[in-house]
Design a protein around this ligand. Structure first.
Ligand SMILES: O=C(O)CCC(=O)C(=O)O
Ligand SMILES: [Fe+2]
Length: 257
């Protein structure tokens, strides 16, 4: 028997632990960021001169290089770390002196998690945090999971858990849903993701949970489990996101993009 779906409506130490140990499937906090600011912020993100298309899929654009874009290349890694802090500020400046939704999230995370939370260090260097994504109507994100260790040379991140965090700023009138399979890829599927954009829907069956966030909502899920974004209809989809790393109940959480 499959366990019933559990959705938490608050970000607390308990709900975070629940996502890590998989007793909770999603944390969905409606109205985390004000709607008017969400609209203003997404216009600024979508209109930003440095909004870059992903190498492979042109209809996915982002502000701020994610570690996933490093792709195991040393020069890319160097670039990622060298612009990390200025990229955080470039995004923060869009609404400064008001707070970006991710800065608000970082503070809340530190407040609820007893040992605290701070920026993830990768190979001895501070990370970037706060990628903003713009997905054009009709484009989707293939089913995948996100696991930092898969991207590292030695295959070891020191983390024992990883969560994905998204704040939804401008959702299309329909579609653009977050689909969760609530299962891990097998070893072959995990390895295949080193060289592909993701898995084939047909090999997975139906997702177990579909989340349709509204503008301003915060959603966290376990990124080690397979998930995807369905194509949006009738409008762009703008989000701000990061990952959270876990290495034990008595250890600080970390975050990066
Ligand atoms: O945009 C979303 O809803 C999820 C994107 C994603 O794959 C992630 O945050 O890991
Ligand atoms: Fe993901």
């Amino acid at each position: 028997m499959l366990k019933p779906i559990e959705i938490a409506r608050e970000l607390t130490e308990d709900s975070l632990r629940g996502l890590i140990n998989r007793s909770i499937d999603v944390i969905h906090v409606p109205g985390f960021y004000p709607r008017d600011l969400s609209a203003e912020f997404s216009d600024k993100v979508a209109g930003h001169g440095e909004l870059e298309a992903y190498k492979v899929q042109n209809a996915l654009k982002r502000l701020g290089m994610g570690y996933v874009d490093v792709g195991g290349d040393e020069e890319n890694a160097e670039r990622y770390h060298s612009v990390a802090q200025q990229s955080i500020w470039a995004i923060r400046d869009l609404v400064y002196p008001r707070m970006t939704p991710l800065d608000q999230f970082r503070l809340l995370l530190e407040e609820v998690w007893t040992p605290g939370a701070s920026i993830q260090v990768i190979e001895g260097k501070k990370s970037f945090v706060g990628t903003c994504r713009v997905i054009e109507p009709g484009a989707n994100m293939l089913p995948h999971n996100d696991r930092l260790a898969r991207m590292l040379k030695d295959g070891n991140s020191g983390l024992t858990g990883q969560l994905a965090v998204n704040i939804y700023l401008d959702m299309p009138p329909s579609g653009g849903d977050l689909e969760l399979w609530l299962s891990e890829p097998d070893a072959e599927q995990d390895k295949r993701q080193k060289t592909t954009d993701g898995l084939d829907r047909s090999e997975l069956g139906e997702p177990r949970l579909v989340v349709s966030p509204g503008n301003g909502d915060l959603v966290l899920f376990n990124s080690l489990l397979i998930h995807c974004v369905s194509p949006g209809v009738g409008g762009r989809r703008v989000t701000m996101s990061c990952f959270v790393g876990y290495s034990g109940d008595d250890q600080p959480l970390t975050y990066w993009s």
